[in-house]
Each structure stands twice: as structure tokens, then as C-alpha cells.
Design a binder for this molecule. Structure first.
Ligand code: ZN
Length: 58
């Protein structure tokens, strides 16, 4: 997940970044839980799913 350089710290347990799906800045990631959720498009899942999705970006 750390490969996704657009992430920046948000609070103690979260990262924020641009959603790779809807391009909104509402992506929230919890590394401690290994999960992510986008408040823009509602996408969510575990870290492995996120990495797979991001890996498909051009
Ligand atoms: Zn989104």
C-alpha cells in the first residue's frame, strides 16, 4: 500500500488520498486494519484489493 504515493497521514490511524476509482479526494485508508473506504463513491475493501485496483492504473 505504501507504493501509493498520493497518500498522506490523516490522524493517528488513517491515511487519506485520491480515490483511484472516482478520482475524488475522499479515500480513507486504515493500515492498521488493512482496509480502505471511499466516501466519494462508496468503494471499499481490504488492502490486497486496493493494491490490485491501484495496480491497474495507467
Ligand atoms: Zn471513490
Amino acid at each position: 500500500m505504501g507504493q501509493y504515493t498520493a497518500l498522506s497521514p490523516l490522524g493517528e490511524q488513517q491515511l487519506r488520498g485520491d480515490c483511484p476509482f472516482c478520482r475524488s479526494p475522499y479515500l480513507r485508508i486504515r493500515p492498521g486494519h488493512g482496509t480502505y473506504h471511499c466516501f466519494g463513491c462508496g468503494a471499499g475493501g481490504d488492502a490486497r484489493m486496493f493494491a490490485a485496483k491501484v495496480g491497474h492504473r495507467p
